[in-house]
Design a binder for this molecule. Structure first.
Ligand SMILES: *[C@@H]1O[C@H](CO)[C@@H](O)[C@H](O)[C@H]1NC(C)=O
Ligand SMILES: *[C@@H]1O[C@H](CO)[C@@H](O)[C@H](O)[C@H]1NC(C)=O
Ligand SMILES: *[C@@H]1O[C@H](CO)[C@@H](O)[C@H](O)[C@H]1NC(C)=O
Ligand SMILES: *[C@@H]1O[C@H](CO)[C@@H](O)[C@H](O)[C@H]1NC(C)=O
Ligand SMILES: *[C@@H]1O[C@H](CO)[C@@H](O)[C@H](O)[C@H]1NC(C)=O
Length: 199
């Protein structure tokens, strides 16, 4: 039998080492991917949901030179539908805006929202002699005379997620409740508007 073209000749040793390293890397990537998939399946992250449940304006006063004062009472509902993820809220900032202008601002104490939890966030924001533009002043006056004002409530918060003992890094959550119709004092109509969240 001719022995010149032995089919069992081993591969070039350097090539086989490269092959081996490549295989190890592929296996590692595969294991990491499966790990992520399992974590994902076990935690099944669901979107956090926010809505503006209640809002009212009191002590509304708009002077002739367009300086506004008012007290806004808000109830924002935060819903964490996740079975295994809890949420830490740090440095929560709440803004009440009319069109492009911020009328009132407040910060809230940090809090932790457990799994499968609905939390009501009540806050009172005060606008004190805030200068508004001429056209916004006119729109505010018009809407006020109809007994309701269309505002935007904007919440900016630093959040962290916790799964078992693992905590994620900080992310900034932007929560926007646009076109919130807020009724004037004494009105107890509850509004229920869903907010957009970008986390
Ligand atoms: C509205 O504010 C102005 C200036 O602060 C004050 O003079 C006026 O009395 C206020 N009006 C009401 C109804 O509170
Ligand atoms: C949600 O969590 C807050 C804060 O821990 C707690 O006070 C509240 O009772 C919880 N609500 C529900 C419905 O579990
Ligand atoms: C909304 O706010 C008003 C006034 O603060 C209150 O009387 C009413 O019970 C609140 N409604 C809800 C659903 O929280
Ligand atoms: C609003 O409050 C008044 C008394 O404060 C009550 O008679 C009325 O039923 C309430 N309306 C609603 C929609 O809850
Ligand atoms: C608010 O509306 C959502 C759907 O639009 C509904 O599922 C929820 O029960 C409502 N909440 C209240 C307090 O009316």
């Amino acid at each position: 039998m001719p022995t010149t073209a032995s089919p069992n000749r081993p591969l070039h040793p350097r090539r086989s080492r490269v092959c081996y390293v490549f295989l190890v890397i592929l296996t590692l990537i595969f294991i990491i991917a499966v790990g992520f998939l399992i974590t994902w399946l076990v935690t099944k992250p669901k979107k956090l949901h926010y809505s503006l449940e209640n809002a009212s304006v009191q002590n509304f006063n708009l002077t002739d030179d367009n300086h506004m004062s008012a007290t806004f009472k808000l109830t924002i509902q935060s819903h964490n539908p996740n079975h295994r993820i809890s949420v830490y809220y740090n440095s929560v900032e709440i803004y009440v805006k009319f069109k492009d202008q911020t009328l009132a601002f407040d910060t809230m104490e940090p809090f932790h929202q457990p799994r499968m939890n609905v939390t009501q966030i009540d806050d009172t924001l005060v606008a004190q002699n805030v200068a508004v533009s001429k056209s916004n002043g006119k729109d505010l006056r018009d809407q006020h005379s109809l007994g309701k004002i269309e505002l935007e409530v904007y919440v900016k918060a630093k959040v962290r997620f916790k799964v078992a003992v693992w905590k994620s890094s900080h992310r900034t959550a932007h929560i926007k409740c646009s076109h919130a119709t807020v009724y004037l004092s004494q009105s107890n109509k509850s509004l229920n508007s869903s907010c957009e969240a970008d986390i």
